[in-house]
Ligand binder design. Structure first.
Ligand SMILES: [Zn+2]
Length: 453
């Protein structure tokens, strides 16, 4: 038994199953003998934690991972960053396979830096700080791939206006990863081969406005109008080459979430200031992150963070250093704020489809450092901007660099070969059980999903 998992980070069902399907001959042919469906991601549907949810079938609350950054124990601006060591509590599928003697080749699954030992081979992901650091398991694998294939590229700088340069970098990164994947496929004795190509996420964030006529910054007839389509074609060509190299493996093609156009950025802290939840000692000169403005903490009830979704924190006495509300008031204040946030409107005064979550309602167990509220503005169409000093609440563009897309809740799931079947949806929690089942391994009780049939 062998399984190959192609992780196309951010692959979007509407594009890959419909809009671009005629441009993807290998993928289209494979679908004819596959089970496939849109795959519902976790909350929040973002790269970290979604890939680890897929690999463990355990929700973000139990992992205690709510995004990339987390605040350190109720501090105002001290943070910690998620990495591979924060996901040790639950076994990944490859850890379980190892117990049954199966070997895995794992490439670029976020977060896999620093590289952790496994029964097989591993190359770490886009959070790898620098290629002079050890980024493989075993450590010698780094030398081997650099000698036999070339220098690995972890990521590209995608929030940039240098679009031509970005196209070049994206293709270069994907090409080298493709060569290394082919080399390892042929030279290692693997049972599970799972890689993630982050380039697709980057290309969709960077080029969405050039192909989506509904995007508020749509540019007609741009030289970049086909970049996203061409990138999917590149992945399809690479898929064709893998299919030629292996003939005895089950193949899965999956994504951690999808993408859709960004409508704008909602300045969470500007809104909190305007509505007197957040109080400054003085207005900043220019645009600043909240860490660099003078906050009157003793008068502040709540503050927020930017990102694809907003994390909101409440300033509680005896929990935060200068807590402004009493513990007994916490629930009432939180509910009031949640209600107000659910009513915020877009730049034109239109109603938005806001979703405000209390973390403990989303997850039966909230380990680590959860925020007090999690907010999806307009079902994530509006991202959250945490910076202060805009003097307005709605921005046309992202406040942390050019970005045209946000994440959508559904990614993709394809299993080949299979009697042709299309399902309405599957869940990201079902992936690990399904993969284990493929190897004849019983699904452990701690997993939350079930085998896709
Ligand atoms: Zn992603």
């Amino acid at each position: 038994m062998k399984a190959l998992v192609l992780g196309w980070d951010c692959a979007t069902p509407e594009l890959v199953f419909n809009k671009f399907i005629d441009d993807l001959p290998n993928f289209r042919k494979l679908l004819r003998n596959s089970l496939y469906a849109p795959m519902e991601s976790c909350d929040p549907p973002i790269t970290i934690p979604a890939w680890m949810v897929m690999a463990t079938s355990v929700n973000p609350g139990r992992h205690g991972i709510y995004g990339f950054r987390h605040r350190k124990e109720n501090s105002y601006n001290d943070i910690w960053i998620a990495n591979s060591t924060k996901f040790k509590k639950y076994p990944k599928v490859w850890d379980i396979l190892a117990k049954h003697g199966f070997k895995s080749c794992i490439i670029g699954i976020p977060p896999s830096y620093p590289p952790l030992p496994l029964n097989g081979w591993l190359i770490s992901c886009f959070i790898t700080p620098d290629k002079n650091k050890p980024y493989t398991y075993p450590e010698e694998l780094k030398k081997e791939i650099e000698k036999e294939v070339g220098e690995y590229i972890f990521d590209v700088e995608f929030r940039t206006d240098e679009k031509e340069e970005l196209v070049k970098n994206l293709w270069e990164m994907t090409e080298i990863r493709h060569e290394i994947i082919k080399y390892l496929m042929q030279n290692k004795d693997w049972d599970l081969f799972w890689f993630v190509e982050i380039g697709l996420d980057r290309v969709q964030h960077a080029f969405w406005r050039y192909f989506d006529k509904n995007h508020h910054l749509y540019e007609e007839n741009s030289p970049f109008k086909n970049v996203i389509r061409d990138y999917y074609k590149l992945l399809d060509r690479n898929l064709g080459e893998y299919l030629k190299l292996i003939d005895d493996a089950s193949i899965f093609i999956v994504s951690d979430h999808g993408a859709k156009r960004m409508k704008g950025a909602f300045c969470i802290n500007e809104w909190l200031i305007e509505n007197e939840w957040l109080v400054l000692k003085e207005k900043p000169n220019g645009i600043r992150s909240i860490d660099r403005v003078n906050v009157a903490w003793d008068k502040t009830i709540a503050w927020g963070w930017g990102g694809y979704y907003a994390r909101v924190f409440i300033n509680v006495k005896d929990r935060e250093k200068y807590g402004a509300i009493k513990k007994e008031e916490y629930e009432e204040v939180r509910k009031e704020l949640a209600k107000e946030l659910s009513k915020v409107e877009d730049d034109k005064g239109n109603k938005m489809d806001n979703k405000v979550f209390l973390p403990e309602k989303l997850y039966p167990e909230c380990r680590g450092d959860p925020p007090d509220l999690m907010v999806y503005f307009d079902d994530l169409y509006w991202r959250s901007a945490g910076t202060i000093g805009h003097n307005k609440i709605h921005l046309e563009r992202n406040d942390t660099g050019p970005d045209d897309a946000v994440h959508s809740k559904y990614g993709i799931f394809v299993k080949y070969p299979h009697t042709p079947k299309i399902l309405d949806r599957v869940s990201i929690y079902d992936f690990a059980p399904t993969l284990l089942n493929e190897f004849g391994i019983k699904v452990p009780l701690h997993m939350e999903g079930r085998v896709i049939k």
